[in-house]
Each structure stands twice: as C-alpha cells, then as structure tokens.
Write a protein that binds this ligand. Structure first.
Ligand SMILES: CC(C)(COP(=O)(O)OP(=O)(O)OC[C@H]1O[C@@H](n2cnc3c(N)ncnc32)[C@H](O)[C@@H]1OP(=O)(O)O)[C@@H](O)C(=O)NCCC(=O)NCCS
Length: 182
C-alpha cells in the first residue's frame, strides 16, 4: 500500500435514474434512497483510497435542500476530504438533473466518516492524502474545522449529561409544546 495517494485517485461519481418505485406517497423520491446511494458512493471512494474494505462510522449533516423528482438523473460526486489514521472523511455532493430541461439542482451535501477495516476485522491505517488543488486544500482544512467543532460538541454534550437535573429540565419544558404524563 502507498504511503500517500492523490485525492483524484479515488474521486468518483455515481449516477442513477430515479424510477417510480423510488418515490414516496407524495410522488417525490424517498430520502432513504438518496441516503443509500450516498452510502454506496462513500464506500467506493473510501475503498479505492484504502485499497480494501471500509465501514461507515458516522454521517454528518444531511440536509435535503430540494426534492428529487421521478425521472431525474441523480449524480453523487464523492472525494476523500480528509484522512486521520484509520478514518477517512468523504465529502459527497448530490446533483439532480431534469432530463427534459437539463436544469441541474444541488440537492444534498454531506460528509461520511468511513473507517478502513483490515483482514483481522480491526481498523487499519490508510494512506495520507496528496492535495493537488486549491479545492483539495480547502476541503481538508474545512474537514479539520468540522472535526474540531464535533469534538467540542461531544464534550459539551457529555457535560450536559453530567449536570442533568430533573427539576430544572421540567421548568424548561413548560415553554415547549409538550405535556408531561407520567
Ligand atoms: C467504526 C468502528 C470500526 C470504529 O471502531 P473502534 O474500535 O471505535 O476504533 P477506534 O476507536 O480505533 O477508531 C478508529 C477510527 O474511527 C474513528 N471513529 C470511530 N467512531 C467514529 C464516529 N462515530 N464518528 C467519526 N469517527 C469515528 C476514530 O476517530 C478513529 O479515527 P482515526 O484512526 O483516523 O483517528 C466501530 O465503531 C464499528 O464497527 N462501528 C459500527 C459501524 C457499522 O456497523 N457501520 C454500518 C452502519 S449500518
């Protein structure tokens, strides 16, 4: 396995036609179909970078920015944004094209953390990243910032759990749209 690999070596686009069986009761494409395609493209990108099997550890920020219609062509562009020791953050941009009008819309951007798994079923080291463009550098830096934010959030969440006080929580809930029925 190489020590470092260029981002471009594992960049990939997955394209799929949105057929009627993918739609929900409202006639739009199920969010779960898009998520499943995102997981697939993240896997391929991570497997290409790490030369092997990878597993989804977490998914950050899935916002559905616009509905996807039956008959549209969805393209999911994935690239490794950042690597740690055994983990890789894969950035995915989803674009949907109306084949009649050729109008493109950006429907999702998300970040999947994939962990490379070795033959012993344990996380294995992945190659470092060779950044060959301004976009590569920007994505790597932004991934570092998001990782730091996530770590801060995790610490704060752990602190909140420690100071959980039932009475003060009940007070806060009085301003919310809920009823307590114990
Ligand atoms: C992901 C998994 C392999 C990590 O195993 P682990 O024993 O926690 O391994 P480690 O603590 O050594 O972490 C390995 C790497 O994963 C990263 N990681 C672990 N959990 C993570 C999470 N929830 N989010 C982001 N990164 C995570 C660690 O930061 C570490 O990264 P690094 O090596 O680049 O520093 C393990 O938690 C797992 O198998 N989870 C289930 C995954 C799964 O079933 N996915 C399919 C979902 S349907």
């Amino acid at each position: 396995m190489l020590d470092f690999k260029p981002v471009g070596d594992s960049q990939i686009t997955l394209t799929e036609l949105m057929i009627p069986s993918y739609s929900n009761f409202g006639g739009k494409i199920h969010g779960g179909i898009i998520l499943s395609l995102m997981d697939k493209v993240a896997y391929v990108c991570a497997a290409k970078h790490s030369d092997g099997y990878a597993i989804t550890a977490s998914i950050d920020m899935v916002n559905f920015l616009a509905p996807v219609e039956v008959g549209e062509l969805v393209s999911l562009m994935a690239s490794v944004n950042y690597v740690g020791k055994t983990s890789m953050i894969i950035g995915i941009r989803v674009v949907s094209e109306n084949l009649k009008t050729q109008v493109l819309k950006h429907t999702n951007t998300s970040y999947f953390t994939m962990v490379a798994i070795g033959d012993d079923n344990k996380p294995k080291q992945v190659p470092g990243l060779i950044l060959t463009s301004q976009d590569d550098i920007r994505r790597f830096s932004q991934a570092m910032d998001r990782k730091q934010l996530k770590d801060t959030y995790k610490k704060e969440e752990a602190m909140l759990k420690k100071v959980y006080d039932r009475d003060s929580f009940l007070e806060v809930l009085q301003n919310e749209r809920c009823q307590i029925s114990l």
